[in-house]
Design a binder for this molecule. Structure first.
Ligand code: NAP
Length: 345
């Protein structure tokens, strides 16, 4: 059987170029077309020498493909995706343009009116751990944001089991590639190196996405405080979530910690990419691979749940998860092309 043809819209950004790297080693799919506004007409290998062997030229418009990935910035992404959807081409959108179910959230959080509000809520949210069956049948998948991926996977088992109260704190530290490849003063080497800072305290754009998904998991009237931080590393997101334990739902002391661990192990037992670790995970343990590592515990003094998660923002937080979704959409084993362990050290 011939391989499915895949295309990447906007290979010139970090998420797009990471997709090209991962598709290069995919045995069942051939990357046949890549676009990039600033480099149209140039050899892919001239712009990204590590991808020279793909032998592709960056195009101005996408060629004929069976499945397309959009790694465009938000607002621009919907514009390029909608014509593909009309042509019945399967699409995984890495931008935020189809993640939120409420059209009113787009002007509020992303400064644009959604061009296809009728599609919102019908599109599959591309977190396979929660929506595997819907993704497999979908024509359009909204790949989750990088921060939401780490936060939702850290909280999902606890919410499903009804063991936490709705007052959730999410503290995340991200590497600089999370802000993209475009140049800016805040991501300049001498600004970021040996520095760490919180940002978006007034409300980060990923907050409505996280809140939406926590509600859908069953958390009633969630009150979510989300504070992202930028730290001097290239890849990775380390997230620590805190929530008060609901009274009488889980034992105290070591017994409670064991119960909690079992609850998380059971929830993720069949997941190929989400793993419950025996000690707090490091972002380095996910570098370049599609894993989300999760470590749940209890702060006995305060009665709070603490869960730490680690992902590579460009892989499980973007391109790897997009390929996991593509595998499901094409009826391939979910792990195809994604099985390599993290790069270490
Ligand atoms: N970085 C991450 O960790 C991450 C994780 C999850 C999701 N995402 C999402 O993935 C998408 C791409 O993010 P990224 O981090 O890869 O960004 P990026 O590295 O900054 O790439 C964005 C690229 O988009 C192109 N672009 C900008 N404005 C454009 C416009 N008006 N029309 C056409 N092209 C335009 C530019 O390419 P040219 O220079 O060629 O014009 C720019 O290099 C975003 O929607 C982002 O939210 C990113």
């Amino acid at each position: 059987m011939s391989k499915a043809k895949a295309g990447i819209i906007n290979v010139t950004g970090y998420a797009g170029v990471e997709l090209a790297r991962l598709l290069y080693q995919h045995p069942e799919v051939e990357l046949t077309s890549v676009t990039g506004r600033s480099a149209a007409g140039q050899k892919l290998g001239a712009v990204f020498p590590h991808l020279n062997r793909l032998g592709l030229t960056i195009e101005a418009a996408l060629g004929e493909v069976d499945i397309a990935f959009s790694a465009m910035p938000h607002k621009e992404s919907a514009g390029v995706i909608l014509p593909l959807v009309k042509k019945s081409i399967r699409v995984v959108d890495i931008s935020a343009d189809f993640r939120l179910n409420d059209a009113g959230d787009y002007p509020r959080w992303y400064d644009f009116d959604h061009p296809a509000p009728e599609l919102l809520g019908k599109v599959a949210y591309g977190l396979p751990e929660l929506y595997r069956e819907k993704i497999a049948k979908a024509q359009l998948v909204a790949n989750p944001g990088c921060y939401p991926t780490g936060a939702i996977l850290a909280l999902a088992p606890a919410i499903k089991a009804g063991i936490i109260e709705a007052d959730v704190i999410i503290d995340s530290k991200s590497g600089v590639s999370g802000t993209g490849r475009s140049l800016s003063l805040t991501t300049h080497y001498s600004e970021v190196n040996e520095d760490a800072t919180a940002y978006a305290l007034g409300g980060h754009r990923h907050l409505p996405e996280i809140t939406q998904e926590l509600k859908l998991l069953g958390l009633k009237e969630p009150s979510v405080t989300f504070v992202p931080h930028l730290i001097p590393m290239t890849r990775g997101i380390l997230t620590t979530v805190y929530a008060p334990l609901a009274a009488g739902k889980i034992a105290g002391g070591e017994k409670g910690k064991t119960e909690l661990r079992k609850l998380y192990l059971d929830f993720y037992q069949n997941e190929p990419f989400t793993e419950v670790t025996e000690s707090p995970p490091h972002t380095k343990h996910t570098w370049g691979n599609n894993f989300c590592l999760v470590y749940p515990t209890i702060d006995e003094r305060t009665g709070r749940l603490i869960v730490i998660s680690a992902i590579d923002n460009l892989v499980k937080g973007a391109a790897g998860q997009a390929i996991q979704n593509m595998n499901l959409m094409l009826g391939l084993p979910e792990t195809t092309g994604l099985e390599s362990p993290a790069i270490y050290p």
